[in-house]
Design a binder for this molecule. Structure first.
Ligand SMILES: *[C@@H]1O[C@H](CO)[C@@H](O)[C@H](O)[C@H]1NC(C)=O
Ligand SMILES: *[C@@H]1O[C@H](CO)[C@@H](O)[C@H](O)[C@H]1NC(C)=O
Length: 182
């Protein structure tokens, strides 16, 4: 008996919830479209040196320069993304956003960036990357947490591999292999 009344009250609460969904005027349920998986490969050029750096220091802590990992430094970047490691190769997008040193015992960057594409059907669509980048590891993985345009509702992951790094200037070319479902 107790079991039956539990089932009945569950059914009633489901019906009430369904009725509530049907009666509001400000929300509509849409059938979800099929998901697509896209793989993107490009090279990220982070240039700190020279007259036209693509990443600049915008903030730091009082002791940042004493820290072996530059803990507390925050950089703003507008880095070109190209088709091959050659900086003169086709521009496919730009990585715009922030990264900062977020670890005291090894170089680990917190990255919060929008990768805005400019080529072909992806023109003006973007993906958002948010996560930890242990820059000294040869291969790192970071989450893709969203997107716009073609990449609306994107989620996925980026595999980053250092292609070239100049330890004197900090300039780096990084290969990105991004897989997103959207
Ligand atoms: C991308 O879109 C912009 C603005 O609509 C346009 O000016 C540009 O030519 C487009 N680029 C490509 C490669 O389609
Ligand atoms: C890129 O990443 C995907 C998924 O992790 C993998 O299957 C593919 O082999 C990678 N491509 C290259 C060129 O590394």
């Amino acid at each position: 008996m107790a079991k039956l009344s539990a089932v009945v009250s569950l059914l009633i609460s489901r019906l009430v919830a369904a009725a509530a969904i049907q009666t509001v005027t400000w929300a509509t349920r849409l059938e979800s479209a099929k998901e697509t998986t896209t793989n993107l490969q490009f090279y990220f050029h982070d240039t700190l040196s020279g007259k036209n750096p693509s990443a600049v220091r915008i903030a730091q802590a009082i002791d940042t320069d004493k820290s072996p990992t530059l803990f507390g430094i925050v950089m703003m970047a507008d880095d070109p993304l190209t088709e091959t490691p050659d900086p003169q190769s086709k521009l496919v997008g730009r990585a715009q956003g922030l990264y900062g040193s977020a670890c005291q015992d090894q170089l680990s960057l917190i990255m919060s960036m929008s990768f805005v594409f400019v080529d072909g059907p992806y023109n003006r669509s973007s993906i958002s990357l948010l996560g930890n980048n242990r820059a000294m590891n040869p291969v790192r993985e970071m989450p893709i947490v969203g997107g716009t345009g073609f990449f609306r509702l994107a989620r996925g992951y980026a595999i980053a591999q250092t292609h070239r790094m100049d330890f004197k200037t900090g300039d780096a070319i990084v290969r990105y292999n991004v897989t997103v479902v959207h």
